[in-house]
Design a protein around this ligand. Structure first.
Ligand code: FAD
Length: 472
């Protein structure tokens, strides 16, 4: 039964009073801390949580959820706040539960190529800590995200074309359920055919089914040889065609990333990339034993030539390579720097690889018709790309950007694609879910949510649009 705002506020204060008895030093109501937890990146939505609680252990998370469940108080898990679809924006009278202090690397099993981490550890910090083992964790979203947040959004990045996404790189989890109960899912083995796959259920659940406190991750050996090259094209279509053919020919490329001419211009300025022209560009990385790398390079060069590429420029040293990939990861900030007063809204659609060129050709027409500046870039080896729509930070500007986003999503869905390849649903993509999944699948998802979070306290208003619940 809906209750008054005053009653909800009272319940929240009662929860804080209970929690202060044991966790007082971990609770903040400072305006600056609340502001930091009121929004993610890119999207314009924001609302202050009433309090921010910094968890330091799985038991802390359990204590908080038990209290919130008992009094029906909403809780939004917060990792690093780099998500871009309004995921971490709290509803009214809510607590933001920050996991960024849970940063332990619990165990590294180098012989089995796996490790266990607390959910607040970032992937950059994990990789720095395991460098000596010769292993690494490959999923690399651009932001300094936490591994728990990356699980919760089913994140991927530039290396997914070779190493896949979070879904394929997580072996198991520790999760605190809405009631405060602690469960473990999965384990350390590479495969198991027992029971429902609860690990996969929580990956991509955006903090709506449980709060992840530990993650068992697959690690990978650092390749013997790495080489990176850049190829520029006069024509966007030719570049996209090249990326598609690389995948269709089965070349086991490590990364293949696209930036169109507008994004390239922005990145040249922002990242001080010297020697490149503001033209559509493909960034390649090849990895493996030297002979295998040479084979991949020759096959890719032939495709580049056939599609009018302007030749390879090699990044020879490790320094040059990391400068290039840093520029790619900073593309969002480069687009933002084009107009610091503007808002940059990122779209994120994906289609089966054979349809990528059709989609991007259509999207370019939509961008032109909109009159907006919208650099285009993406993980084209996966069929996934973003347009970074630069718009006035006003209601009219947001509406204009939203209109363009809708057109792009409609095109992707018509080509049997998805409205989000990696960013997730949050609040920004709710409208498209029924078209993408169908009413039946959504009603089953709502039934799951109802079973696992009967009081609807976990990140309400995200991932699932309102509608009928499957009754059996
Ligand atoms: C410049 C830039 C580039 C980006 N590039 C990419 C990219 O290439 N690929 C990509 O996939 N994403 C990308 N992103 C988006 C973002 O980095 C990812 O969505 C990331 O996974 C979010 O992690 P986070 O720790 O910041 O999570 P948050 O933003 O804090 O939270 C995201 C969601 O997960 C929930 N959550 C957080 N922690 C937990 C937990 N422990 N348990 C349960 N739920 C939790 C939150 O409630 C929220 O719903 C980019 C963002 C930026 C700003």
């Amino acid at each position: 039964m809906p209750d008054s705002s005053a009653a909800a506020a009272q319940r929240l204060q009662a929860v804080l009073t209970t929690l202060r008895a044991t966790m007082d030093a971990q609770i903040s109501t400072a305006p600056s801390v609340r502001e930091e937890h009121s929004h993610g990146e890119a999207m314009n939505a924001a609302r202050l949580p009433e309090a921010v609680i910094f968890a330091e252990s799985t038991e802390d998370v359990s204590t908080v959820l038990r209290a919130c469940h008992a009094r029906h108080v909403p809780v939004v898990a917060f990792g690093a706040g780099t998500s871009v679809e309004g995921h971490v924006v709290p509803p009214e009278h809510a607590i933001s539960l920050d996991l960024s202090r849970m940063t332990s690397l619990i165990a590294v099993n180098a012989d089995d190529l796996d490790c266990r981490v607390q959910a607040g550890l970032t992937r950059q910090s994990l990789n720095a800590q395991i460098r000596e083992t010769g292993l690494f964790f490959p999923v690399d979203p651009g932001g300094e995200a936490t591994l728990g947040g990356m699980c919760a959004t089913r994140a991927s990045g530039t290396a997914a074309v070779r190493y896949n996404t979070m879904k394929e790189n997580v072996l198991g989890l520790t999760v605190v359920l809405a009631t405060g109960e602690i469960i473990r899912t999965g384990g350390r083995v590479r495969k198991s055919s027992t029971g429902y796959d609860l690990t996969s259920l929580f990956i991509g659940s955006e903090g709506t089914l449980g709060i992840i406190t530990e993650v068992q991750l697959k690690l990978h050996g650092r390749p013997e040889t790495l080489s990176a090259a850049v190829c520029q094209f006069e024509n966007l279509h030719d570049a996209v065609q090249t990326a598609m053919e690389i995948i269709q020919c089965g070349i086991p490329i490590n990364r293949v990333e696209l930036m169109d001419a507008v994004q390239m211009q922005a990145s040249i300025e922002y990242s001080k990339l010297e020697g490149y022209r503001p033209l559509t560009t493909l960034f390649f990385e090849f990895a493996g034993a030297p002979a295998a790398v040479q084979e991949q390079v020759s096959a890719t060069e032939a495709l580049v030539q056939a599609n009018n590429g302007l030749g390879f420029a090699w990044a020879e040293s490790a320094e040059d390579r990391s400068r290039l990939w840093k520029a790619r990861h900073d593309a969002f900030w480069a687009a933002k720097a084009l107009d610091p007063q503007a808002r940059v809204i990122s779209t994120d659609c994906i289609v089966p690889i054979s349809r990528l060129a059709t989609l991007i050709d259509g999207v370019y027409e939509d961008i032109k018709a909109s009159g907006l500046r919208a650099p285009l870039l993406g993980h084209v080896g996966d069929g996934n790309f973003h347009t970074l729509i630069i718009t006035e930070d006003t209601p009219e500007g947001h509406a204009q950007a939203w209109e363009l986003d809708k057109k792009i999503v409609a095109r992707a869905l018509a080509l049997e694609g998805s409205c989000s390849g990696e960013h997730g649903v949050g609040m920004g993509k709710l409208e498209f879910l029924e078209t993408e999944h169908g009413a039946g699948a959504l009603s089953v998802m709502r039934a799951l949510k109802k079973t696992m979070d009967p009081h609807g306290i976990l990140n309400p208003g995200k991932l699932l649009p309102q509608g009928p619940v499957y009754q059996g």
